[in-house]
Design a protein around this ligand. Structure first.
Ligand code: ATP
Length: 197
């Protein structure tokens, strides 16, 4: 998976729309304290589905919307788009655009390639691409210690994430649920047939 562009509008300190084009190779972001470097990582994480206000350094979900400054009024919405090359069925890689938008009082919504989708679909897309809001590849300043101190089970989850099999676990859970529901239906059917006899 390769992230090619991050487009941010109204998210935290990024009040005006901004495009961050990420070329192949190593990209560094430099700037003075408080200029918004960590907010970039949070914009990525949030669009990938992060919902924990704590890990987004806020107290409520709407805290990600530009809150205003002495010279600029607050915004009513925040929108972040990630343009990336992601794996698609058949082993191919295709360009996808994932957008998350939040409006004051109206909650947040996701789109993939312009279509409204569920948070779960976005989660699966990033899990299949071996990344995501909780990917070990995204290490914020306060998480470095947590990675080092992780318990074996947590570290296993990180390795599975890194190996790109996290999406398979979600699908397995879904399949198991469907199987249980079908088994219950079959049982009910057997009872109905027995009643007929
Ligand atoms: P450091 O190097 O100190 O970690 P940084 O470059 O990573 O700094 P960030 O922590 O990303 O900077 O940005 C912090 C800035 O973002 C602060 O000035 C803060 O006021 C601003 N900010 C955070 N949330 C919002 C918001 N909702 N609306 C407006 N500004 C915000």
């Amino acid at each position: 998976m390769q992230i090619k562009r991050l487009r941010i509008a109204g998210f935290k300190s990024f009040v005006d729309p901004v495009d961050l084009v990420i070329e192949r190779g190593l990209t560094g972001v430099v700037g003075p304290n408080g200029c918004g470097k960590s907010n970039l990582l949070e914009a990525l994480r949030w669009t990938m589905g992060e919902n924990s206000a704590k890990s987004l350094r806020g107290t409520g979900m709407e805290d990600v919307i530009f809150a205003g400054t002495a010279t600029r009024p607050p915004r009513d919405f925040a929108e972040v788009s990630i343009l990336l090359d992601a794996p698609v069925p058949g082993g191919e890689v295709a360009e996808r655009e994932v957008v998350r938008r939040i409006e004051r009082g109206a909650g947040s919504a996701y789109r993939i390639d312009g279509r409204d989708v569920r948070a779960k679909d976005v989660g699966l897309l990033f899990a299949d691409a071996a990344t995501g809001a909780h990917s070990p590849a995204l290490v914020s300043q306060n998480r470095i210690g947590a990675v080092i101190a992780a318990k074996p089970a947590e570290r296993r989850a990180m390795l599975e994430d890194a190996a790109g099999i996290a999406g398979l676990h979600v699908r397995r859970r879904d399949a198991e649920q469907k199987l249980r529901a079908t088994e219950a239906n079959l049982l009910r059917l057997d009872e109905l047939i027995a009643d007929q006899d």
